[in-house]
Design a protein around this ligand. Structure first.
Ligand SMILES: N=c1c2ncn([C@@H]3O[C@H](COP(=O)(O)OP(=O)(O)OP(=O)(O)O)[C@@H](O)[C@H]3O)c2ncn1[C@@H]1O[C@H](COP(=O)(O)O)[C@@H](O)[C@H]1O
Length: 105
């Protein structure tokens, strides 16, 4: 089991925990809009770290970003496997080719 899969399992267990003892449960109690807001904040902090921060900053903010994405996916009932399957489906198709086909339709 890799790190993201283990974290996904932990988040699934913590979603229904006591919000006084679990950050994941607290986010779940606040609802999907709050989770989405946190994800947006972490994305912005990742961007800032990439442009103006150190490598350590970028790693730390990227971890926050992935964690908050997994929390939102878990709360919305989307399994990490489903996202991986979408990436697998795209494997081998150049982003440039996909974009060109899209605008031709
Ligand atoms: N990986 C993480 C993780 N990464 C970041 N965070 C928390 O995410 C929060 C948000 O970070 P911010 O920088 O925005 O902090 P903040 O300003 O205090 O946030 P807000 O007050 O705005 O919510 C912080 O409290 C971090 O501790 C995490 N909290 C939990 N996990 C994992 O989730 C598991 C379950 O956690 P609990 O649900 O708390 O038991 C843990 O064992 C970890 O494996």
């Amino acid at each position: 089991m890799n790190t993201l899969t283990r974290l996904e399992d932990t988040i699934a267990q913590r979603l229904s925990a006591d919000p006084d003892s679990s950050y994941v449960a607290r986010l779940n109690a606040a609802g999907a809009p709050k989770m989405a807001q946190k994800l947006g904040e972490e994305a912005t902090e990742t961007v800032i770290a990439a442009v103006a921060g150190s490598k350590a900053d970028l790693i730390s903010e990227s971890a926050d970003l992935l964690f908050h994405l997994l929390v939102l996916l878990g709360a919305k009932g989307v399994a990490l496997n489903e996202v991986m399957a979408e990436l697998d489906r795209r494997e081998g198709t150049s982003g440039l080719d996909e974009k060109a086909n899209r605008s031709a339709q």
